[in-house]
Design a binder for this molecule. Structure first.
Ligand code: ZN
Length: 182
């Protein structure tokens, strides 16, 4: 078991592209285990996905929480995306704000395709193609962005969206407050 330190912005490694994995050797298996352990240990906020670059390894490996398991995706690629956007599938109040363990305390809505078809390798080296939707589709897109050196806040700002930070309010507890961007 190895819980690694999660790098946070503006750490330059987070801006670099990850290299594809060739052979799934012992090193890659250890990396997958470290990602799982590190994600499980993250409490504030709780993680639903973690990519290798976030613990300083520039390899195309990411793990995602699915049901009660944490599943690795090696060399994940988006083969196609739905025309339908996430925003068309959600009620207004439930915009599924994204957060990131590398950008702690900040949330924002990224309008992404609602469904994506993804190819990847399993830990056993099997090639798989799968369609992910809803929360899982958001999650894999967010993680693939990490492998390309992109953070969700870049997308929020590019889309002209708003970023929020969590603040303690004496009456209401934790509230989200809009961040003023110059
Ligand atoms: Zn992230």
């Amino acid at each position: 078991m190895a819980v690694k330190r999660i790098l946070t912005a503006p750490e330059p490694v987070l801006r670099q592209k990850s290299k594809p994995v060739g052979r799934i050797d012992k090193k890659i298996k250890t990396l997958i285990r470290d990602l799982k352990d590190t994600m499980k240990a993250a409490e504030e906020p709780k993680g639903v996905g973690l990519s290798a670059s976030q613990i300083g390894a520039l390899r195309q490996v990411t793990v995602i929480k699915r049901d009660d398991q944490i599943k690795p995706f090696i060399n994940p690629k988006i083969l196609s995306s739905s025309k339908k956007k996430l925003i068309d599938t959600l009620p207004k109040k439930k915009r599924l704000l994204e957060g990131c363990l590398s950008v702690p305390g900040i949330w924002g809505f990224v309008n992404r395709p609602a469904k994506v078809k993804v190819s990847y390798l399993t830990e056993e080296g099997k090639e798989k193609t799968e369609e992910l939707k809803g929360r899982e589709a958001v999650c894999i897109q967010h993680e693939i962005d990490h492998l390309n050196g992109i953070l969700f806040v870049d997308r929020v700002l590019r889309q002209g969206g708003k970023l929020y930070k969590a603040e303690k309010d004496e009456e209401e507890g934790i509230v989200l407050v809009e961040i003023e961007i110059e």
